[in-house]
Design a protein around this ligand. Structure first.
Ligand code: CIR
Length: 252
């Protein structure tokens, strides 16, 4: 498996966040944590495709939002936040160089990749403030072999994958009290107080998880996956988490 990752720019301190954090973002710590995230991917056997940071785009390390990849097709998004739209060009080039067929999304469609979760033959799409109906229609056009299932999100949830993420096979890791578990064929439910940890990166028998969430760690182990805890304090200040820092390619 391969993954696209993008370095943390010096401008990261100006990344978007819905509620300003009580403490500022520490750039050195953000970069160190990004390195640990990349190391965890490498430990999971993932080969990294590294894209340099773009100082004009403080949120550029959140690459997940810029493309939806299934097999050898990549749909480049038009991110919901206008300040993030310029992030997509470098990612489109990297994906093209990696051998993928790259397709585009045009105005008025807007979509953040963090709203798309593929589980088998289904892509669940969060109807967040960043993702609109025109984009969901474009997804269906680009991936006609998949079921596209729009999902309403609870208030104030930035992206679908803030509350649920794939665990491999038909399993998903879901935060209790957020979405109806019956929407998923095999939900692994974690307590509401650990909602942040519902966003994990699963790679084969491994899962990269936010550190500091013991019940989630236990649930992941019980699901038969090896957890790789990583620190997230700095990305969290910018409303980021784990899946948002990579685009996984070659997912079965
Ligand atoms: C934003 O508001 O767009 C960024 N500061 C955070 C994006 C996180 N993306 C994701 O979880 N997929």
């Amino acid at each position: 498996m391969r993954a696209v990752v993008r370095a943390v720019p010096t401008s990261f301190a100006n990344a978007l966040c819905a509620n300003p954090p009580p403490e500022p973002i520490y750039l050195g710590a953000a970069r160190a944590q990004h390195t640990l995230y990349c190391t965890a991917l490498l430990e999971c056997g993932v080969k990294l495709i590294r894209v340099p940071a773009d100082e004009d785009h403080p949120d550029c390390c959140f690459v997940e939002d810029t493309a939806v990849v299934v097999g050898n097709r990549a749909l480049i998004t038009r991110p919901g936040a206008p300040t993030r739209r310029g992030e997509v060009r470098a990612i489109a080039i990297a994906l093209e160089h990696s051998g993928l067929d790259v397709l585009q999304m045009t105005e008025p469609a807007t979509l953040d990749g963090g709203d798309c979760m593929r589980v088998g033959k289904t892509i669940f799409v969060g109807k967040s403030a960043r993702t609109n109906a025109a984009a969901i229609a474009r997804l269906a056009e680009v991936f006609p072999e998949l079921w596209i299932v729009p999902i309403d999100l609870p208030p104030h949830v930035l992206h679908l994958k803030c509350v649920v993420s794939p665990l491999g096979g038909d399993r998903v890791l879901l935060a209790d009290g957020t979405l109806d578990p019956k929407r998923f064929s095999h939900p692994v439910i974690i307590p509401a107080e650990e909602t942040y940890a519902a966003n994990c990166v699963s790679v084969g028998d491994h899962a990269i998880v936010a550190d500091g969430f013991p019940r989630t760690l236990e649930a992941i182990r019980k699901a038969g996956l090896s957890p790789h805890p990583v620190p997230t304090s700095e990305v969290r200040k910018a409303d980021g988490s784990l899946t948002c820092q990579s685009i996984l390619l070659d997912v079965g």
